[in-house]
Design a protein around this ligand. Sequence first.
Ligand SMILES: Cc1cc2nc3c(=O)[nH]c(=O)nc-3n(C[C@H](O)[C@H](O)[C@H](O)COP(=O)(O)O)c2cc1C
Length: 157
Amino acid sequence: MEKVLVIYYSKDGHTEKFAEKIRGMLKADIHKIEVEDSLFNMPHEDFENWAQKQAQKQEWPKIKDKPLNLAPYDTIFVGSPVWWYSISMPIVSFLLKTDFQGKTVIPFGTVGGEQWIGKFFENFEEYAKNAKVVRGAVYEESPLIDKKITDWISGLE
Ligand SMILES: Cc1cc2nc3c(=O)[nH]c(=O)nc-3n(C[C@H](O)[C@H](O)[C@H](O)COP(=O)(O)O)c2cc1C
């Protein structure tokens, strides 16, 4: 694989571990998406409900403006937790402001249960403008996750 970039958002660290694994195995560059400070500072229960309402209203959060040049990369892995059967809101914000012309996007992520992925992959096709979206991998948190991730990345090389 040629020069690869990994872009991800992770609220609780699971998707971050996945991103770091891709970075390490594919010698990729990495870029973390972050929301404006304190935007998501609320108890977990409140946050889940709030996030669902925001997503229903399509009110996507403001993400930090960090320098990012996609030009050197042909393949871009984009990682997100599954939120409400879809892509997490910070990654939706990122996708909506990005033009992926000429790039291949491989979505990856983590989820509470693999049967609840919902429209995660389909929504990447909807939001990742001009990208060629290739179906990636979403894994649930379990003792097997590390091996599943390693096997999946090995299969890509
Ligand atoms: C707002 C919110 C919505 C979620 N929705 C789902 C869901 O629809 N299905 C599911 O299986 N897990 C759901 N989860 C659990 C996360 O997908 C899971 O914990 C994931 O590994 C978190 O990734 P992170 O540690 O990178 O933030 C949700 C979590 C949050 C915070």
